[in-house]
Design a protein around this ligand. Sequence first.
Ligand code: 13P
Length: 243
Amino acid sequence: MPRRIAAGNWKMNGTQAALSELASIAAAAGEVSCTTILCPPTTLLQAAVQSSGSLAIGGQNCHHEATGAHTGDVSAQMLADVGAQYVIVGHSERRNSYAESDALVQAKARAVLSAEITPIICIGESIEQRESGETISVISTQLSASLPTEAQIVVAYEPIWAIGTGLVPAIAQITEVHDALRALLVKTYGAQGNEISILYGGSVKASNASEIFAVSNVNGALVGGASLKAVDFAPIMQALSDS
Ligand code: 13P
């Protein structure tokens, strides 16, 4: 069975003042049975690791090389060095704002694995692609071109139109996509594909979490806005633990 994972992505939010909130999230993580991950901004990573308890800490992005003349970039090796256990790669905000291609996302996933930590590989369709009936073909193409050779990965399906909008796909739509992703992972990795956690992301809240977690190939969530405060994130972790 894939691990059940509640992951939070703080995006570009949080100064040192937010470390007390992170401590509250870590305390809540100690109360649940699922795997919990928080990805704060890079500036807070090291401090976050120090107060993380059972909460795993992750980065939000990395360069695809380990070292070199890449001003302003951070490598997976550097993230691992300060205690990150995961790195999000291919988030739609990076694919769109920085024109990150599937090939680059794949190179980043490989770099994360080379640093002996786990990539969380994100994929998702735009509203135009959804409305023109291309969702399954778009996400299948994105995922297969972003996958590394090794199966030690986490996948996150985040429809772009559901991120930060309060819109959530119908349960039947989430089911259809997650079933297609599972089939693709099994085709790629054989039986190991059944062990990979597939997270749903996009406007997950305490009020909709249980319904989403009841979908058979949903193994957890990648949460943005509702991961910023323990009062919002803890019930999502709890819902996953209870599911
Ligand atoms: P929201 O939960 O704020 O919609 O963000 C989802 C997301 O992009 C997580 O990576």
